[in-house]
Design a protein around this ligand. Structure first.
Ligand code: AMP
Length: 279
């Protein structure tokens, strides 16, 4: 496995891989890897000859009061996991190499980012779109793999890729969970033992919404009320949002008549967790 830190060296390697007629797959991450990330590496392997995992804790997607400084990092462990997973190139640039001090160009998606995490985290998706566009230009992939766990992010990146004509296929991998249902997340390490137990309310609420839906309930308000009731039973939980939105437009729907995304963000203590399901 090659470890590349210099963005322009990454781009030169990508050009050489493409010139040799090989397919490139990229898995963008912020590191502190877990089985969710590695499942995306597997999907990238199935669709390409050379797999690049990018590891970059992108400062421009963190708000001023968010956890950029304390975001968990362990480069040696990540590199070992990448080797074991058969990653060909680990691209791990420094922030200073990615952004010039006077960088002033950004990529914004302006519709799908209005609600959900876009509303709770102003500027977050501008940072995400900007860094993903830069990673696309540096890694020049044929295919890029993202997790369904970050539902809004996946839809925003698909939209950006279409709107800006990146010649890249966007592939989604399913959410990988702990045996008890908690979605894997690098941020789970922040949870105390009590918060970790109570974090199960996210999946429980989604399962209850799915159960009600299967039994014929179509009113978004009824699903939301049932989810709220489950989450508020956990003393450490504070709901950031529960949104029931059209899966394509991400606009709120009163009644479930088309594929609908149920997305939620819940604080457990200071840790903000997200999860979602499509009904
Ligand atoms: P992150 O390092 O948290 O920015 O995530 C990098 C990529 O891994 C994103 O495409 C995420 O959607 C994806 N991802 C994170 N957690 C999971 C999970 N539990 N299952 C599948 N993919 C995930």
């Amino acid at each position: 496995m090659q470890i590349i830190k210099d963005p322009l060296e990454m781009q030169q390697i990508a050009l050489a891989v493409r010139a040799a007629g090989k397919r490139l797959g990229v898995v963008p991450t912020m590191g502190f890897l877990h089985a969710g990330h590695l499942s995306l590496v597997q999907l990238a392997h199935e669709r390409s000859d050379v797999v690049v995992l990018t590891l970059f804790v992108n400062p421009t997607q963190f708000g001023p009061k968010e956890d950029l400084a304390k975001y968990p990092r362990d480069f040696e462990r990540d590199a070992e996991l990448c080797r074991t997973a058969g990653v060909d190139i680990l691209f791990a640039p420094e922030a200073g190499a990615m952004y010039a001090p006077d960088a002033s160009s950004y990529v914004s998606e302006e519709k799908l980012t209005r609600g959900l995490c876009g509303a709770s985290r102003p500027g977050h998706f501008r940072g995400v779109c900007t860094v993903v566009a830069k990673l696309f230009n540096l890694c020049l992939p044929h295919v890029a793999v993202f997790g369904a766990k970050d539902a809004q992010q996946l839809r925003v990146i698909r939209r950006m890729t279409r709107d800006l004509n990146f010649p890249i296929e966007i592939v989604a991998g399913p959410t990988i969970r702990e045996p008890d249902g908690l979605a894997l997340s690098s941020r789970n390490v922040y949870l105390s033992a009590a918060e970790r137990r109570q974090a199960l309310v996210l999946k429980r609420a989604l399962d209850e919404a799915a159960r009600l839906f299967k039994s014929g309930e179509r009113a978004a308000a009824a699903l939301r009320a049932a989810m709220e009731q489950i989450i508020t039973q956990a003393p450490a939980a504070r709901i950031d949002y529960i949104e029931i939105v059209d899966d394509d437009t991400l606009e709120p729907v009163p009644t479930l008549t088309r594929p609908t995304l149920i997305a939620l963000a819940v604080f457990l203590g200071k840790t903000r967790l997200i999860d979602n399901a499509v009904l």
